[in-house]
Design a binder for this molecule. Sequence first.
Ligand SMILES: Cc1cc2nc3c(=O)[nH]c(=O)nc-3n(C[C@H](O)[C@H](O)[C@H](O)COP(=O)(O)OP(=O)(O)OC[C@H]3O[C@@H](n4cnc5c(N)ncnc54)[C@H](O)[C@@H]3O)c2cc1C
Length: 329
Amino acid sequence: MLPNSLGVPCKADRLTVARSEEELLSALRRHGSDLVLLGGCSNVILPRRLRRPVCLVATRGVDVRRDGDRFLVTASAGENWHGLVRWTLGQGLFGLENLALIPGSVGAAPIQNIGAYGVELAERVESVRVFDRVRGEVGRLPPERCQFGYRTSMFKSEPERYAVLDLTLRLDRRGRRVLDYPDVDRELRRLGWRNPNPRQVAEAVIRVRRRKLPDPRTWGNVGSFFKNPVVRASEAERLASSVPGLVRHAFGSGVKLAAAQLIDLCGWKGYHAGTVGVWHRQPLVLVNRGAATADDFLALARTLRESVLQRFRVPLELEPTVVSDSGAV
Ligand SMILES: Cc1cc2nc3c(=O)[nH]c(=O)nc-3n(C[C@H](O)[C@H](O)[C@H](O)COP(=O)(O)OP(=O)(O)OC[C@H]3O[C@@H](n4cnc5c(N)ncnc54)[C@H](O)[C@@H]3O)c2cc1C
């Protein structure tokens, strides 16, 4: 059985664990695009059975070198993301504090360009070292080649092509604090930290996350089940005229809405049906109430999506990757 944060049963017929880069490259060369790569399994919806070969990336290693007044931190794909955040803070290297406590591995972080509390990974990336399964070679990509966007990247759009080997981040000692997120700001005030250092920002983020999000060990989940939808400005205006207090943020040439608010307005917050439910403190999070399968989650997700579509004419897109024997979605 493949442990995963959603807590759904998944039997992988052919499972290997790559503890070194040689092992990982050898599995990639052997199985090519057929190989399913997984890290912490905290952003995937897994089927009951996977016949494709699966490789858990467990490579380790963190290295830091100076580059002028910046520090370049390189971490292997199998390192734990939050462990890396804690390590950088311990070294007095700042820039990742808002991304504290995001579950999963370093290698998966660039896949959906993880983001939280006003910061996206892309803002800190110096380069991503990958194995390109089409060309059969290792290469290092600067961020402008990765097509990072909101919860997406070139790696997510071409899931069978790139394997992330390691990630290099650009950090510094000054700490450009990003404090404009209301929940974090409120928590810092509550703690009485008026001019917080990056470690205190991380502490506030951790406290907010622990309060708002269910612990996957108790309530299986993948964090946000849907992305926040981005709509045209005219569409946002149309909605705002009929939805008082509609949350909207300018985003590129469009407007980003809050999927949680739309789901909440449809009355789904706290809803549960048998094995699955909608988290009562954050309706973007769907939880396993015991013995749920991928199909149960996908059925509930479809219901929420249809409900939001019917009421607001806004389509919601899944955030986690649906893994199957025919490929990743
Ligand atoms: C409670 C909770 C809170 C969360 N909060 C956030 C949040 O605030 N922000 C956010 O962005 N995400 C959040 N997530 C989602 C998740 O933590 C991130 O997406 C994380 O990066 C997934 O890491 P993982 O190692 O578990 O990836 P996995 O679930 O194992 O894999 C995810 C995808 O990445 C691919 N992949 C994994 N490793 C590699 C590799 N080395 N090379 C190529 N492809 C690879 C997989 O094939 C799959 O498509 C949350 C999840 C949970 C459970």
